[in-house]
Write a protein that binds this ligand. Structure first.
Ligand code: NDP
Ligand code: MG
Length: 393
């Protein structure tokens, strides 16, 4: 009898991680697929991690925060510290395992690379890994012969539309849809001093805090444009984004003969998560259905680049190449954290990202150390421009 496929869920206590475990449970209880969840990783939520480990029977858990690791009261071997997720992957991952990469931010890069090196299939939600380190991650995956299956809904859409259309010369443009976030239709001055609560209230998706703020500034779409560049190998002028408030159409592929393929579905991350787990098969998912009787309109609008200048920064980063993506990503991570701590205004997030991109000249990004250096430089730059920085006291 063959063993069930093994899964490692990194970022299991987050929005994508919890939805992934939900999909695994649903597939098992419907008798459709059985997966063995062998490893789980979190940042600090040791109480939820303990419940997840007990429920799944995972043999190993990783907790980045040392105090949280000390407080962990659950089953399994515990790996702790900032490198814990990577150490867990290196300790238990086997060729053919599915690694669900759902840690938020550049903190997820090392574990993804470790998974690739161990021959895991990567179900990638952690877009920052590609934005910052695509020049290392994509060649590593090609060398190891492993697939990176996007979980991000727009990229899952493009991945499906490109299926059987592998001749990239026939693709004219990829178009990602954006809900527009909570500030769609507002001007830069209207949103400059938006509150944390306003910025967190996303109209269509329920997500983690960082990506919710990214969706309000449209940095999420900027990161996704760079993610699409790495996943599908197209240049900046062939990747665009358009606002689509209903979040039903997730992406378009335009071909040179004028044909356009789109992928649609209800805005529920369990659909792309399940697709990434079961690919190349499709498996029944009861309940995930379009309700055409309720849906009357699909709207599309151009992005307002004056109100949301970060999209332009993404195209510039792709054109600049090297460490430009790592700089944009790291600057954005620090700026979002500062906004969520109440230290800077909403409008300052994108201003700081733009200033960091201008100040930190892109360098060649041959290996992870080049990326780490650029990431650290951008973090230093933004930190030194925060109001509480000693430089500004
Ligand atoms: P959450 O903030 O909800 O979850 C983040 C997860 O990462 C948590 O499990 C957190 O643990 C864990 N984590 C944070 N830092 C570390 C670390 N240093 N080491 C190990 N684990 C860590 O985020 P989301 O689930 O919303 O997003 C995760 C990723 O998926 C992001 O890259 C996001 O852009 C992407 N994504 C998310 C979508 C969504 O709908 N949510 C859609 C498309 C992409 P803890 O709980 O202990 O803090
Ligand atoms: Mg997305």
């Amino acid at each position: 009898m063959s063993h069930p496929p093994r899964i490692l869920v990194l970022g299991s206590t987050g929005s994508i991680g919890q939805s992934t475990l939900d999909v695994v449970t649903q597939l098992r209880s419907a008798g459709l697929r059985d997966y063995a969840v062998v490893g789980l990783a979190a940042g600090s939520n040791s109480a939820l991690l303990a419940r997840q480990a007990a429920a799944t029977g995972a043999t190993d858990v990783a907790i980045a925060d040392l105090d949280a690791a000390a407080a962990y009261r659950g089953p399994g071997r515990v790996h702790s510290g900032p490198d814990a997720a990577r150490v867990l992957v290196q300790a238990i991952a086997e060729p053919g395992d599915i690694l669900v990469a759902a840690i938020v931010g550049a903190a997820g890069i090392d574990a993804v690379l470790a998974g690739i090196e161990r021959g895991c299939r990567i179900a990638l939600a952690n877009k920052e890994t590609l934005v910052a380190a695509g020049s290392v991650v994509i060649p590593a995956a090609a060398k190891a012969g492993v697939d990176i299956i996007p979980v991000d809904s727009e990229h899952c859409a493009l991945f499906q539309c490109l299926h059987g259309e592998e001749k990239r010369g026939e693709v004219e443009r990829l178009v990602l849809t954006a809900s527009g976030g909570p500030f769609r239709g507002k001007s830069a001055s209207e949103i400059a001093s938006a509150t944390i609560e306003q910025a967190l209230s996303h109209p269509t998706w329920k997500m983690g805090r960082k990506i919710s703020i990214d969706s309000a500034t449209l940095a999420n779409k900027a990161l996704e444009i760079i993610e699409a560049h790495w996943l599908f190998g197209l240049p900046a002028d062939q990747i665009d984004a358009i606002v689509h408030p209903q979040s039903i159409v997730h992406g378009f592929v335009e071909f040179i003969d004028g044909s356009v393929l789109a992928q649609c579905g209800p805005p529920d991350m369990r659909t792309p998560i399940q697709y990434a787990l079961t690919w190349p098969d499709r498996v029944n998912a009861s309940g995930h259905r379009m309700n055409w009787a309720e849906l009357s309109t699909l709207e599309f609008e151009q992005i307002d680049h004056q109100a949301f200048p970060v999209i332009e920064l993404a195209w510039q980063a792709i054109r600049a190449g090297g460490t430009a993506g790592a700089v944009l990503n790291a600057a954005n991570e620090v700026a979002v954290e500062s906004f969520l701590s109440g230290d800077i205004s909403f409008g300052t997030i994108t201003t700081l990202v733009g200033e960091a991109c201008a100040a930190c000249a892109p360098q060649p990004a041959h290996d992870l150390s080049d990326i780490r250096e650029a990431d650290a430089e951008a973090r230093r730059f933004v930190n030194s421009h925060l109001p509480h920085s000693p430089a500004n006291a």
